[in-house]
Design a protein around this ligand. Structure first.
Ligand code: HPA
Ligand code: ZN
Length: 338
């Protein structure tokens, strides 16, 4: 292993953009399908992997929602989340903020309570036995109606203490943030923090709407901000974090190849960018593989990597004291690995 790869592997970091349903690896998918008596449309793990060739966001989402239908019991949600947290431990992810998509499951008749209990129990065990802290963010599927999102918000109210914020994912175009302004107003009144996927496929206008109408604290993806200099300036001035997902962006054709990716340009401009995996089981890598490819193909250096890791803690929704504790661990790591 080269020095830099080893440095990246061991570097303390946080992950802030991971869809827990997107961490479901094909072998676990088969195992869960088998125990639930579900027949998958794929014959083997190899066949599943061969199907993971996407042209754009929608072609991915079609397969992703289909695969998520194996999840039925609380234990299924537990096992999926636990498997992800074990990857976090292997990759020195000290803190993670997970998205989940309740509508993908409640629309199939799965109880909200099973979903949240399964994920929540794994998060708890992650803290107790692996020392990894985690927070949960509930995403609304933007291809569904605002009314459906509002119903979902209402279902989440009894579980408020387990959910730090709400977000917006699924097919970005033609579902701009303004469609969900009313729902996000209610969520803010209930004390949820807000985030939204914007500027992945959608124009910079979607990012403006997420900021101005949904009052988001972070933008998920956001890479198309580069087309709007005034927006860029605002993101720098207000240090609004972007949770960027390099491998995802290549797999879904947001950029043609990694050499075209703008993450280091955004970093140089002073934006608070972070590195994340999005859907690691589908995009060939967890967060460290994303760091490795940035090093290999964009020449990510040590100082940039440290900045990205520091950003990941600063951009998290942890309380100040907890953020500082993790940043101190990063600082200590930097000192001992000179
Ligand atoms: N974009 C939108 N929705 C998603 C994504 C994404 O990258 N991953 C999982 N759901
Ligand atoms: Zn995403």
């Amino acid at each position: 292993m080269s020095n830099m790869i080893e440095f990246l592997q061991k570097m303390p970091k946080a992950e802030l953009h991971i869809h827990i349903e997107g961490s479901l690896e094909p072998d676990l998918m088969f195992k869960i399908a088998r125990r639930n008596g579900i027949r998958l449309s794929f014959a083997s793990v190899e066949e599943v992997k061969a199907a993971y060739r996407f042209d754009n966001l929608q072609s991915f989402l079609d397969i992703y929602y289909d695969a998520a239908s194996v999840l039925q019991t609380e234990q299924d949600f537990y096992d999926m989340t636990w498997a992800y947290l074990q990857h976090c431990q292997e990759q020195n992810v000290l803190h993670t903020e997970l998205f989940f998509d309740p509508q993908t499951h409640t629309n199939r008749g799965i109880e909200f309570e099973f979903i949240i209990n399964g994920i929540g129990r794994a998060m708890n065990d992650g803290k107790q036995t692996l020392g990894i802290s985690s927070l949960l963010i509930m995403c609304f599927l933007r291809h569904l109606s605002a009314e459906s999102a509002l119903n979902t918000l209402n279902q989440a109210i009894p579980f408020k203490e387990f959910i730090i914020g709400v977000g917006l994912d699924s097919s970005e175009i033609p579902h701009p943030p303004e469609k969900f302004q009313g729902v996000f107003e209610r969520a803010l009144e209930e004390g949820f923090l807000t985030v939204a996927h914007a500027g992945e496929e959608g124009s910079p206008n979607y990012i403006w709407q997420a900021l101005n109408l949904l009052k988001v604290k972070r933008i998920d993806h956001g890479v198309r901000c580069i087309e709007d200099p005034i927006l860029m300036q605002k993101l720098v001035d207000e240090q609004i974090p972007l949770t960027v997902c390099p491998l995802s962006n290549i797999k879904l054709g947001v950029f043609e190849k990694m050499a075209d990716h703008n993450i280091l340009t955004l970093l140089k401009h002073g934006l608070k960018v972070t590195v994340n995996s999005d859907d690691p089981a589908y995009f060939c890598g967890y967060v460290n593989e994303n760091f490795f490819v940035l090093h290999r193909e964009l020449g990510l250096n040590r100082q940039q990597a440290i900045q990205l890791a520091r950003n990941s803690f600063e951009a998290s929704f942890l309380v100040a004291q907890e953020k500082q504790r993790l940043i101190d661990q990063l600082e200590k790591y930097i000192q001992v690995s000179v």
